[in-house]
Design a protein around this ligand. Structure first.
Ligand SMILES: Cc1cc2nc3c(=O)[nH]c(=O)nc-3n(C[C@H](O)[C@H](O)[C@H](O)COP(=O)(O)O)c2cc1C
Length: 162
């Protein structure tokens, strides 16, 4: 079953530098259908959905150690095999010396108009990933950006805010 976030909800989690969950808010537990005990210490990929292209996560993990924030549309899988889409904003938290101490993700309900673009794009990326690998899948994305003359951030943010 496809679940929907409420307009006013924020799903929040925090991970260590390796992507293991160190904090989850109640809305995250409710949406993902896990208890806090089941989530804490687990890799965030516990809710990974097979429809997500690997190239999106590779991009995320390339960006966040540079302390730049990233926005991404992500579909997740719950404990009981339900699915839900989010619009995620992931940032690094730094200490006083500028050293990254953890990563923080806040998700809002995605704009359905954005998903109408993202769903076929991810489908295409996944197909290319299966036949030709992650680099080729990432190229599907960068080719679209080049064609539209926009950056990844510009595309994703404008899709959500249209
Ligand atoms: C703060 C933070 C939040 C994340 N949230 C999610 C998430 O909600 N769903 C997800 O599938 N991956 C999330 N990831 C990415 C995972 O760490 C992981 O890269 C992804 O699930 C792909 O897993 P895999 O590399 O084992 O295939 C998050 C990473 C960070 C740093």
């Amino acid at each position: 079953m496809l679940k929907e976030m409420k307009d006013e909800d924020f799903i929040v989690s925090k991970t260590d530098l390796k992507g293991r969950i160190v904090y989850s808010n109640q809305i995250f537990m409710d949406m993902a259908e896990y208890t806090e005990d089941e989530l804490l210490g687990k890799p965030h990929s516990i809710i990974r959905h097979p429809d997500m292209p690997k190239a999106v996560f590779r991009h995320l993990w390339n960006v966040i150690p540079t302390k730049q924030e990233i926005f991404a549309f992500v579909i997740n899988k719950t404990k009981n095999n339900n699915d839900y889409w989010v619009y995620a904003n992931v940032t690094a938290t730094v200490d006083l010396n500028g050293k990254i101490v953890d990563y923080y993700s806040v998700r809002r309900k995605p704009n359905p108009k954005a998903l109408a673009v993202i769903i076929p794009l991810y489908k295409k990326m996944l197909e290319v990933e299966k036949s030709s690998g992650v680099d080729a899948s990432f190229k599907v994305l960068t080719d679209i950006l080049a064609e539209k003359g926009v950056s990844y951030d510009e595309l994703v943010i404008s899709l959500q805010n249209q």
